[in-house]
Design a protein around this ligand. Structure first.
Ligand SMILES: [Zn+2]
Length: 235
């Protein structure tokens, strides 16, 4: 089992990374998040309002191809949530099963949130979803953890590696290192429910402590220097 972390772009305002992850396990490949839409590569140069700086070749489709993995080899895509920096490029993996929390999917479909509703074309798959109800084992060694607050039905992922500490992909439940203390955690502009954010932060940090897991924060400005990022990997 191997875990790769892809840097697929940066948030322009802060320089914080936009990440996606690939777990290779026996003959399964599992993507966790799919980054910003590849058709927007380079768009930041012409559009001052473009939120994400992404260059050609940074997108998740290019990075997966660089590993020699074909789109058809991706068996699962785990969707932490449908914000556009996490849920672009779904169309590139037509054979994968997409796994999302039922609560997130139901809520997204209401279009109650303009930021999720506006990008519906990215995530509204005609092929549908495999829905999870709360914490679930996706495959042996891959646990999905409900971590609402940033949005309803956000999910994080615990990966148990054979040769090193488990890795907790917190995504936007704990986007930065400074957000890992549930009591003092900053509530960011896109966090929808402060109380739920704190409860999920506590749930994940308690779990990380119990499992001796390393947390990979979703958008931490320093994280990419610290971790074994692509073309390195965790094993
Ligand atoms: Zn995000």
């Amino acid at each position: 089992m191997e875990l790769y972390v892809f840097l697929t772009g940066r948030i322009r305002m802060t320089g914080a990374p936009v990440l996606a992850y690939l777990v290779r396990i026996d003959n399964h490949c599992v993507l966790v998040d799919t980054g910003y839409p590849r058709e927007r590569a380079g768009a930041y140069r012409d559009n001052p309002r473009e939120l994400i700086e992404m260059n050609a070749g940074d997108d998740v489709v290019s990075q997966v191809a660089r590993l020699g993995i074909k789109a058809a080899d991706i068996g699962y895509v785990v969707c932490t949530h449908f914000d556009i920096d996490h849920a672009g490029n779904y169309d590139a993996f037509p054979q994968a099963r997409f796994v999302v929390q039922r609560r997130h999917l139901d809520w997204a479909r209401t279009e109650e949130s303009p930021r999720i509703g506006q990008v519906r074309a990215q995530w509204d798959r005609s092929a549908g979803y495999q829905v999870a109800d709360g914490d679930t084992t996706l495959l042996p060694g891959i646990e999905l953890l409900e971590s609402s607050g940033h949005v309803p039905g956000h999910q994080s992922v615990l990966v148990r590696l054979p040769g090193s500490r488990p890795v907790l992909l917190a995504a936007d439940a704990i986007p930065t290192r400074e957000a890992q203390n549930s009591d003092t955690r900053p509530i960011y502009p896109f966090d929808m429910d402060a109380e739920a954010v704190r409860a999920s932060t506590r749930k994940l940090t308690d779990l990380a402590r119990a499992e001796n897991a390393r947390i990979i924060y979703g958008h931490d400005p320093g994280i990419y220097q610290e971790i074994t990022a692509f073309p390195g990997r965790f094993t």
